[in-house]
Design a protein around this ligand. Structure first.
Ligand code: GLP
Length: 241
């Protein structure tokens, strides 16, 4: 694990964008693993700027998102597909057919999970996987107690995660309690992993991930096993290290 501690969230976004930019400049047809949540938004804005100024192109790039709410179709404003379109895909030169988000409206979610794994494999695997981290140490929607070799599957969300993500939903709006998420084993198969964390409310999870034991109680600690995992954090998120 390589730990990079930077001053603030905007430095974290730029550093993360630099990693993705050099990956794409080296290999335009890269397979990127992407994440949702508020943390990667600044990195996406940076990539949009770089795409619009011609520094980087996504024309040959394929993407796979980590997770999706089960029960929401891609047109639903709270779905992660909608989020990715709004925050990134609509603003870059990517071919939308090459962007993949687990289908939240799948008729048979179990089969959909197997198909998602097969699609990743037939694309040649993920070159570089972007991650955020939940306050309870989750990555994707792999909540504490997730199997460390798990594959894409349906997962229930913990109350802590539902509460943390309630800010994105209106008061009377339906908030799903289930998700489809890449497994920890799926994430560990990526050739590189880049995890971003900013703010003091992530400090405890960052400490558990980096300094704690390898344990399903902190799913992000599985990254200790990865041979190319870069943890990019600001000083606030590093404050308990
Ligand atoms: C959600 C996503 C995760 C993300 C986490 C943290 O639960 N499934 O992939 O890392 O939120 O989000 P934020 O960056 O908003 O703190």
């Amino acid at each position: 694990m390589q730990i990079v501690i930077l001053k603030d969230a905007s430095e974290v976004a730029r550093y993360g964008a630099d990693i993705f930019t050099s990956q794409l400049q080296r290999k335009a047809e890269s397979v990127l693993g992407l994440a949702t949540g508020s943390t990667p938004v600044a990195l996406y804005q940076e990539l949009i700027k770089r795409n619009q100024t011609g520094m980087v192109t996504f024309k040959e790039t394929t993407t796979f998102n980590l997770d999706e709410y089960l029960g929401l179709s891609g047109e639903h404003p709270q779905s992660y597909r909608y989020f990715m379109n709004e925050q990134l895909f609509n603003h870059i030169d990517i071919d939308k057919d090459r962007t993949h988000v687990p289908p939240g409206d799948a008729k048979n979610p179990v089969i959909a999970c197997q198909e998602y794994e097969a699609k990743i494999a037939s694309a040649g695997g993920v070159d570089i996987q972007l991650l955020g981290i939940g306050r309870n140490g989750h990555i994707g929607f792999n909540e504490p107690s997730s199997g460390l070799t798990s594959r894409t599957r349906v997962k229930t969300l913990t109350k802590a995660t539902i509460d943390d993500n309630a800010r994105f939903f209106k008061e009377d709006e339906y908030q799903p309690h289930l998700s489809i998420t890449m497994g920890i084993g799926t994430i560990l198969d990526a050739r590189k992993v880049v995890l971003l964390a900013t703010g003091e409310n992530k400090a405890e999870a960052v400490k558990a991930m980096v300094e704690g034991p390898l344990t399903a109680a902190c799913p992000a600690s599985a990254l200790q096993l990865h041979k190319y995992a870069v943890i990019v954090i600001d000083m606030a998120a590093a404050s308990q290290l």
